[in-house]
Design a protein around this ligand. Structure first.
Ligand code: HEM
Length: 434
C-alpha cells in the first residue's frame, strides 16, 4: 500500500490560509475554489429534557460567558504569543473571531471538505453534539502590551492602568507553568467535549503564532431543585453573588465604563485562580468547625445565625458570651462587601479535579498516602481588579480561616475587551487609532 504523505506542517502562512478559508466559508461558497466540496453539518438536535440545543449569542455589546448564566463545564486556556508582528496577531484575532462565532452556533470550526489528503477543517470530536450554550470569552494579559520590557506590538501605551501585575498574596504558591499568559480563552458549555473542542480548534488555528501555556478544566453541578451548586467542600457556592439579571448592578460592578480606555469600555477584567483544596484535611473536620470556617451552615447554606440560604449576613450579631456569631476570620465575613468598603466581584466558580498524587513523608511517622489535586477554579469578573479581587483578597489572604485548607497554585489576570459586532474582531478598537 502506498504510504500516506505526511501532514503538512502548520506555518504562519497556514494561519493566513485558514483565515482565507473562513472568509470563503462566510461567503457560503460551498465547494467553489477548494479541493472537495465544503460540507456544513447541521448542529445536532439535543436529546429531550435538557437545554443543550440552546445557543448563546456570540455577537453583542459585551462578550458572552461573563454574565451568561453559568454552564456546567469550563475549559480555561492561557496562551503565549510567539510573534513580534502586529499583523500576524491581528490576523489571528480575526480567525479566532470568525471561528468562535461558528463554534458558538454549533458549527464546525470551518466547513468540512471532502478531500481527505488535507488537514481537517475541524478535529471532529464535536460532530453530532449540540451547541450546548457554548460561550468563548477572550482576554489580553499584561504580556500582550509589554513582555521582557519590550513594547512588542506598539501597544504599551494602551495598556489599561487596571491591568496591573497581580501582587504576590500571602500564601501564594503559584506554579509558573500554571500562571500568567498573553491571551486567555474561557470556554464554557453544558457539554465538556464541546468546551474542550472549542479551545482545541482555536489553539490549533493560532499555532505557531500563539501557543498554549496552561489550561484548566472545571465543572459545576446542577442540583435537582435548581438551587445553588455545591463545591467540593460540600458548600453551596455562589449564594451571595451580584445578580447577572440586574443591568444596573452589572454596569456598576462588571463592565468597564468611561474611567477605562476607549477600547475596554463595555469589557471586563477576569481574575482566575487555580486553588487546591486539601480535601483530605477538610474531610476530617467536624461540621461545626467547617461552618465556623466559612461562616455559613453547611447543609442549608444559611449564614450562621440565619435560617434561609438567602438571609442577609448579620455581621454585628453576637452570641450570649459576646462573641461574633459569624467569626472574625470566617470566609464570608472577610469576603463580604461590608468588610471591604463595598467592593464586590462577580464569581463564576467551577470545581476542578485533576486526579491524585502519591505523597510519602521522609520523617516520622513516615506518613504515606494520596493527596487529591482538586479544588476550585475560581473565576471572577469585575470592572477594575484593583477595587475588586485585589481589594477583597488582600485581607482575606492573611486572615481567612479557609486558608488552612487551600493553596493558590496558578492563575492570571486578563483584560476582556467588549463584545463584537459581525464583521469586527476581538479587541479591534485596541488596534485602531484613538
Ligand atoms: C477554594 C477557595 C474558595 C472556596 C471553597 C470558597 C467558597 C465560598 C463559599 C462556600 C461562599 C459562601 C456562599 C456564597 O456566597 O457563594 C463564598 C463566598 C464568597 N467568596 Fe469564596 N471561596 C473560595 C475562595 C474565594 C476567593 C479567593 C475569593 C476572593 C475574593 C472569594 C470571594 C468570595 C466572596 C466575595 C463571597 C461572597 C461573600 C458575601 O458577600 O457573602 N472566595 N465562598
Amino acid at each position: 500500500m502506498k504510504p500516506l504523505p505526511p501532514p503538512p506542517a502548520l506555518t504562519r502562512r497556514g494561519l493566513v490560509r485558514a483565515a482565507a478559508g473562513l472568509a470563503a466559508a462566510g461567503a457560503a461558497l460551498a465547494g467553489k475554489g477548494v479541493a472537495g466540496a465544503a460540507v456544513e453539518p447541521a448542529a445536532a438536535p439535543s436529546a429531550a429534557g435538557d437545554n443543550k440545543a440552546a445557543v448563546e449569542p456570540f455577537w453583542g455589546e459585551h462578550q458572552s460567558g461573563i454574565i451568561t448564566p453559568i454552564q456546567n463545564y469550563s475549559y480555561f486556556a492561557a496562551l503565549d504569543l510567539d510573534t513580534a508582528k502586529r499583523d500576524e496577531l491581528i490576523e489571528m484575532l480575526r480567525v479566532w473571531t470568525a471561528t468562535a462565532a461558528r463554534l458558538a452556533a454549533g458549527k464546525t470550526a470551518a466547513p468540512l471538505g471532502t478531500d481527505v489528503s488535507t488537514v481537517g477543517a475541524d478535529t471532529g470530536e464535536a460532530l453530532g453534539l449540540p451547541p450546548a450554550r457554548l460561550t468563548l470569552t477572550f482576554g489580553f494579559g499584561p504580556g500582550l502590551f509589554v513582555a521582557n520590557g519590550k513594547d512588542r506590538f506598539g501597544l504599551a501605551a494602551r495598556r489599561p492602568a487596571a491591568l496591573v501585575d497581580l501582587p504576590v498574596f500571602n500564601g501564594d504558591q503559584l506554579i509558573p507553568e500554571k500562571t500568567g499568559g498573553d491571551l486567555s480563552v474561557q470556554a464554557c458549555a453544558d457539554d465538556p467535549q464541546v468546551a474542550f473542542h472549542a479551545v482545541r480548534q482555536l489553539a490549533r488555528l493560532a499555532y505557531p503564532i500563539a501557543k498554549i501555556r496552561w489550561v484548566q478544566a472545571g465543572y459545576t453541578t446542577r442540583p435537582q431543585d435548581g438551587g445553588t451548586p455545591r463545591n467540593l467542600m460540600g458548600l453551596k457556592d455562589g449564594t451571595s453573588n451580584p445578580a447577572v439579571s440586574d443591568p444596573k448592578a452589572m454596569a456598576q460592578l462588571v463592565w468597564v465604563g468611561a474611567e477605562g480606555p476607549n477600547w475596554m469600555r463595555g469589557g471586563s477584567y477576569v481574575v482566575v485562580r487555580r486553588i487546591r483544596v486539601a480535601l483530605e484535611h477538610w474531610d476530617r473536620m467536624n461540621i461545626a468547625f467547617q461552618e465556623q470556617t466559612i461562616g455559613r451552615h453547611k447543609y442549608s447554606g444559611a449564614p450562621l445565625g440565619g435560617k434561609g440560604e438567602f438571609d442577609t449576613l448579620n455581621l454585628a450579631a453576637n452570641d450570649k458570651d459576646g462573641n461574633p456569631i459569624i467569626p472574625e476570620s470566617a470566609h464570608v465575613r472577610l469576603a463580604a462587601a461590608a468588610s471591604n468598603g463595598g467592593a464586590q466581584i462577580l464569581r463564576r466558580p467551577y470545581s476542578y479535579n485533576d486526579g491524585a498524587n502519591f505523597v510519602a513523608e521522609r520523617w516520622p511517622p513516615w506518613r504515606q498516602g494520596i493527596e487529591y489535586d482538586a479544588g476550585l477554579l475560581f473565576i471572577c469578573y469585575q470592572r477594575d481588579p484593583r477595587t475588586g479581587f485585589i481589594k477583597i483578597f488582600e485581607n482575606m489572604s492573611k486572615f481567612d480561616m479557609l486558608n488552612q485548607f487551600v493553596t493558590h497554585t496558578g492563575g492570571g489576570l486578563f483584560a476582556c475587551p467588549p463584545g463584537i459586532q459581525p464583521g469586527g474582531f476581538i479587541g479591534q478598537r485596541l488596534f485602531e487609532p484613538g
